[in-house]
Ligand binder design. Structure first.
Ligand code: SF4
Length: 382
């Protein structure tokens, strides 16, 4: 198919990142590992004449193998880690507040804000430094997975001296800056070495003469070959909240999952609200996409007009499916179709919840057993 990538601005940076990726792929001393973000699989097909929302996970894996990647994983695994860490952080916070209230102490008016969108994170840092104590300590799925891959591979390949290079395939240009932040490196080595956008991967596929539409589906690699639906819905606004709610509701039946999906977290409105009952308490969740919507919600919270326990913020329209690294043109119709694709992947997924992912269980009883703080921005007090 014909590649429709058009990039009037930033062309030089794109070339630089693509060239760096090719360089790593050609270097025999490097083991190149990919992680693919959820939103990429429902959009990249558009560059090759497919409908928005067409699910192409298996084709992306096949294309990455042809490009020379050694191991291919799904960022949804990183999202599963984020779900568990963020859900526990939120519950701890709610319980602390209840104890404070019992002692008659004034309670924080602010909710816990999500931290996985770097554009929102940077905005909060610059415009609302006073709110930073309320932004989740969780690192993003990209960064959690990057550090986990590096740690696991250090153990798996302790007898060879190949350098492990993690390349994240992202719908997002802000993820490039996130990966470069100093706190996302360990002794000068980045947890995620490079970020390639959906558009950039499409260019690489086209340049290499791979006929994307004709590729046969291939499977992800072990030891992280399993993904959950909860991890995949991170790609759409409301997905983080829905995934966290799945973690709280322990009844593992279809009706519970459906009730959560009806709670108000789904849909394309700029601001959504959901109230759910968890262990006898009413938990209020806000979901916003677009920084303008985030700003007006913050104002309302400050004035005391709204009260939330958790607020999910994504900077792009519709969440990551509408990211700036995704194929263009983008409009609400395209985004709706991509979102539909994401929910279809979830529906077809035999594992719905993050904690049911066997790759996650293995990590918590493996490298994370005494090292869970690597999933957090600051050393986690536990
Ligand atoms: Fe990146 Fe946009 Fe997703 Fe934020 S919402 S992580 S800026 S693609």
């Amino acid at each position: 198919g014909q590649c429709r990538v058009v990039c009037p601005t930033g062309a030089l940076m794109i070339k630089k990142d693509i060239d760096r990726a090719y360089e790593a792929l050609q270097d025999r001393n490097k083991r190149v590992i990919a992680q693919i973000a959820p939103a990429v699989r429902v959009a990249i097909g558009e560059e090759f004449g497919m409908e928005p929302g067409a699910i192409t996970t298996g084709k992306i894996v096949a294309a990455l193998r042809k490009l020379g990647f050694d191991q291919i994983f799904d960022t949804a695994v990183g999202a599963d880690l984020t779900v568990i860490e963020e859900a526990e952080e939120l519950m701890e916070r709610i319980q602390n507040r209840e104890q404070q209230a019992k002692k008659g102490k004034p309670q924080a008016q602010f909710p816990l804000f999500s931290s996985c969108c770097p554009a929102w994170f940077k905005y909060a840092e610059q415009k609302h430094p006073d709110l930073m104590g309320h932004v989740s300590s969780c690192r993003s799925p990209q960064q959690m997975f990057g550090v986990v891959i590096k740690e696991e591979f250090k153990k798996l390949y302790k007898n060879d001296d190949k350098e492990n290079v993690v390349i994240a395939i992202m719908p997002c240009t802000a993820k490039k800056f996130e990966a470069a932040r100093p706190e996302n490196s360990n002794n000068g080595i980045r947890d995620v070495d490079m970020v390639i956008t959906t558009q950039e991967l499409a260019i690489m596929i086209q340049q290499s003469g791979i006929v994307f539409g004709e590729l046969e589906d291939e499977a992800l690699d072990m030891p992280f070959g399993f993904t959950s639906g909860a991890g995949v819905i991170f790609g759409v606004s409301g997905g983080v909240s829905e995934a966290v709610l799945r973690y709280y509701f322990k009844e593992k039946n279809a009706a519970t999952l459906q009730n959560i999906s009806y709670s108000g977290v789904r849909g394309m409105e700029g601001v959504k609200e959901a109230s759910v009952e968890i262990d006898g308490r009413n938990v209020r969740i806000g979901v916003v996409h677009g920084l303008k919507n985030a700003e007006s919600l913050i104002k309302k919270i400050e004035k005391g007009e709204e009260r939330f326990d958790f607020v999910e913020v994504m900077a792009c329209p519709g969440g990551c499916i509408g990211g700036a690294g995704q194929p263009i043109p983008q409009n609400s119709d395209v985004r709706k179709k991509r979102a539909k694709g994401i929910y279809k992947v979830d529906k077809a997924s035999p594992i719905k919840r993050s904690e049911d992912n066997p790759a996650i269980e293995a990590l918590y009883s493996g490298i994370l057993i005494s090292n869970r703080e690597i999933l957090h921005r600051h050393k986690h007090k536990k």
